[in-house]
Design a protein around this ligand. Sequence first.
Ligand code: BTN
Length: 243
Amino acid sequence: MPIIHKKQLVSTNTYAQQLLDKGKIKNECVIVTDEQTAGKGTASNSWESERGKNLTFSIVLFPAYVKVSEQFLISMAVSLGIKKFLEKNISTQVKIKWPNDIYVGDKKICGMLIENSIAGEDIFNSVIGIGLNINQKKFLSDAPNPISLAQLSGEVYNLENLLPVLVKNIGSQLDLLKKNRKKLLQKDYISNLYRYNEVHKFKASAEVFSGKIIGIDNFGHLFIEKETGSVEKFMFKEVEFII
Ligand code: BTN
């Protein structure tokens, strides 16, 4: 995938979307920047990233191979690619936290913001924004639990060298999706899921309850079995993990 580098952008997702709107991107590519002046997080949060310290980039895909009803497979593939990349650099286990975070222990090392343009049942294009904390040592925002690769390993990384390797890892997982290896991706995703099949506390519609995650479907719904034995299905933002 070609990598387009910009010194500063408002947000790589916004920039990618602008280029798409103008018809200036026709093929898969990656847009990376050293600094975002208004990096976007999920749920209208902002994304903190010190200039030049971390990887903040967007991957643009034209995933004609995925139906809207199975759009979460894109998140599964990308998350697995990031996880596999990280595990080559640190010995600690890396987990994927539903829906779009990567965790080391109970700390967040990476967040993703995926914005899909939908045309009927098909996904016309997908902008996958990835913020991966690499060399940053101090986090100033009120994000509850950030961590970086440097904090975990004590090393300093060269971002320019890391990005192509990371993109390659993500690309390999996306290739599995292109080859329709859905079952393999689902299995790998579930076996690397944060807090899978363990009893924990969750919060939904102001109610705190204990339960365990028992599955995720290809649309991205999370299934939690409550202590009472009933199974409930949640969409993004409908349920929170209580740490
Ligand atoms: C989250 O809140 O966890 C999602 C964070 C996503 C951040 C990345 S950084 C690159 C891309 N551009 C943005 O504005 N946001 C995403």
